[in-house]
Write a protein that binds this ligand. Structure first.
Ligand SMILES: [Zn+2]
Length: 431
């Protein structure tokens, strides 16, 4: 197959020849053999296939919200060739049996690679370490462990998990949320929460846990990854930990790069709309600016979606009763373009690093995140940044509709996605 007329990382137009799932050749004016399939790239930007470190596929247990099939279809439409499936399913992915089940579902139904994340503690209950070694040794070869949705609050358990995963080069991904400081919390604690009378979720509840975990990771010499960083203070702590040379990485979600807490009071879809209810909560403009700067300078390593599908009945209800979370796979690249590229903070090489190379490296996925060059697996995303697309949740492949961008117009469009040379999306549509 020959992909004609694409701009690798936004550079000069070239063609890409793909053979046996690998990139065989990149250069101008390539001509293939007689039987070669030709795909017209139309001048689109070519990026290495995106990798998500933080996806909730909901299967097994909440197939009404998402399945491995629909979630990976959404991923492919968003330009992803691999996703890490979070462990807070039902049953929880806390044994070799469950992570292998998710891994097998990915192999059978996946429109992208599915790499299961293992729970840190049994049942996400924070009381007893799960079978980390058995999950690492399983067919799924788990390397990322997280109780995401819940925080590993017990310092001794967190220490033991960090020590344990060193044996197989694993990483503990922490959802940093001090539980007592966030009891009943509904939105960011600040001016807006005060005005609306909603229980506040203070920045310190996140920052205190991140500080503790950075210190623990340094103490035992292990790898820590911080999920969905949302505050300016968290950025400062991670910057400090990195300056010490500690093995700490961090991610930010697209929504925390674009949206702020005042949307709860006033938005295109009204006030108190639970579409904006998310964990961690949307923060202030100053936090957004700090997160963007941190992603630009590498303090934050990765953009991860925290794609969190919920059925309508869990989301379209009164604010206090609504579930927390937003879908994000199909809009991530557009939001990053708006927040980071169109603002001049990141170029396309930077986007490729933060959304493909870095997450693949942290998640230990050697087949992903490689630079587009001869010999690399042909995991390729073609993206047209000049498109302007009104957000239409009905058009999404995800089984859920809880996008916070409804009523907005976002830049850019994923034109095509290739997984080891096989198109999963062509002309913006699933193949
Ligand atoms: Zn989380």
């Amino acid at each position: 197959m020959i992909i004609k007329n694409v701009r690798v990382l936004g550079g000069e137009p070239v063609d890409i020849r793909v053979e046996d799932g690998l990139i065989a050749e990149i250069g101008p004016g390539l001509t293939g053999g007689a039987g070669d399939e030709v795909v017209d790239g139309g001048g689109a930007i070519a990026l290495p296939g995106l990798v998500d470190l933080h996806t909730h596929l909901r299967e097994p247990g909440r197939e009404d919200a998402e399945t491995v099939l629909t979630g990976t279809q959404a991923a492919a439409r968003g330009g992803y060739t691999a996703v890490h499936a979070m462990a807070n399913t039902s049953p929880v992915a806390d044994t070799a049996g469950v992570v292998e089940q998710v891994w097998r579902l990915g192999r059978e139904h996946g429109h992208c690679d599915v790499q299961p994340v293992g729970a840190v503690t049994v049942g996400l209950e924070g009381r007893q370490l799960a079978e980390l070694g058995a999950m690492a040794d399983s067919a799924a070869q788990v390397r990322v462990f997280s109780d995401d949705g819940k925080c590993v609050g017990d310092a001794v358990l967190m220490r033991r998990a960090l020590e344990y995963v060193k044996a197989f080069d694993g990483v503990v991904a922490q959802h940093a949320q001090e539980p007592r400081l966030t009891e009943g919390a509904q939105m960011n604690e600040g001016v807006v929460s005060g005005r609306l009378g909603l229980t506040g979720w203070p920045a310190v509840a996140e920052e205190a846990v991140i500080a503790r975990d950075c210190l623990l990771a340094a103490h035992v010499g292990s790898r820590l990854h911080v999920c969905h960083v949302s505050t300016a203070g968290s950025v400062e702590i991670i910057r400090w930990a990195k300056s010490k040379g500690w093995n700490v990485t961090a991610e930010v979600t697209p929504h925390h790069l674009l949206l702020t807490d005042d949307l709860v009071e006033d938005s295109p879809v009204g006030a108190y709309n639970p579409i904006y209810k998310v964990n961690p909560p949307l923060r202030t403009r100053a936090d957004v600016e700090a997160l963007r700067a941190a992603l630009a300078d590498g303090t934050i390593d990765v953009v991860a979606t925290d794609h969190a599908p919920h059925p309508v009945e869990d989301k379209e209800t009164e604010w206090s009763a609504a579930a927390m979370g937003m879908i994000g796979l199909e809009t991530a690249l557009s939001v990053v373009q708006e927040a980071m590229v169109d603002t001049g903070l990141l170029d396309w090489a930077g986007v490729a690093d933060r959304m493909s190379a870095a997450p693949a490296r942290i998640g230990r996925l050697p087949g992903h995140g490689r630079p587009l060059a001869a010999g690399a697996p042909a995991n390729i995303t073609l993206y047209d940044p000049s498109a302007r697309t009104p957000v239409d949740p009905a058009a999404y492949a995800s089984k859920s509709r809880n996008t916070p961008y409804e009523g907005m117009t976002l830049p850019g469009r994923v034109v095509a996605t290739f997984l080891r040379g096989t198109p999963t999306v062509l002309e913006g549509k699933l193949t």
